[in-house]
Design a protein around this ligand. Sequence first.
Ligand SMILES: C[S@@+](CC[C@H](N)C(=O)[O-])C[C@H]1O[C@@H](n2cnc3c(N)ncnc32)[C@H](O)[C@@H]1O
Length: 285
Amino acid sequence: MNDVPAHAFYTGLVAELYSTLRSTSFPADRYARLIRRYGEPALELGCGDGDPLLALRELGLDLDGIDSSTDMIDRLRTRAAEAGIAVNAWVSTMQDLAPARAYRTVFLAGPTFNLLPDDQSMAATLRSIRGALAPGGTAVIPLFVPEAYDDADLGVRVESADGAMAWQVVSATRDEAARTQILRLRYERQTGAKTEMVERDWLMHWVTPRRFADLAEAASLVVDALPDEFGSDERDVALRRESVGAVSAASQPLCPPGRRPSVPGASLWPRRGIDPAPSRPHRPL
Ligand SMILES: C[S@@+](CC[C@H](N)C(=O)[O-])C[C@H]1O[C@@H](n2cnc3c(N)ncnc32)[C@H](O)[C@@H]1O
């Protein structure tokens, strides 16, 4: 058994199995359009072992990456070296970014923001993102609410093609008040006579649109249009750091008193639109 903090979930055996067992992919062209729309340089948070970061670098985009897992960053660097792609990526949590330059675009590919275990971590991350953005820069954060886990799926193994690697959910706990769902996951790898196994808690935490708008406002970020509620398909939300000279988000409420719109956090600047996120059931790999 191996209990680790949320930001260290993708380490050790889990990092080693990630690329073989993963069920989702992140189409580079979608994120290339996003970066071209909002500008370079860009920073990917939770870049893992390099999808889509490596493909975006191959397209010539000026893009850095951070990830909390040393193992994932090591794998990214190995892949980059093998492919001859220059990358600038380092180990950091997204709560504690200390970038050397200011970014026009900060984004996450996939709902990694929901891996932040509580509202405090989300608040710290939004402050940290603001610090990483250039004035006028934009952050794009996918948000969702996981569907309640169906206990009928407990113990169903998801295996690699050769059957040597697998993961399964061994228990599921949902707390509507805390807005969390914890899946206890078991990862296994068979190499000859040797069996490796690790169990970890995979925690998803979610916020309502109103709560997210409040957290963004507290971090002095201006939030683009929000839906009435988040659903089980991730939805990209754009946040902007005001340009120098603009009325600061901190001094400007999301909506002037008495004019609060029916849609929480309604847009305060022209909506340019973001491609819909690829719809898929959310899984740990
Ligand atoms: C589902 S993976 C996606 C990785 C990447 N998009 C890929 O496919 O290679 C989520 C990544 O977010 C990272 N992560 C989780 N919590 C983090 C945090 N608080 N700060 C930075 N990275 C984090 C994990 O280490 C993991 O590599």
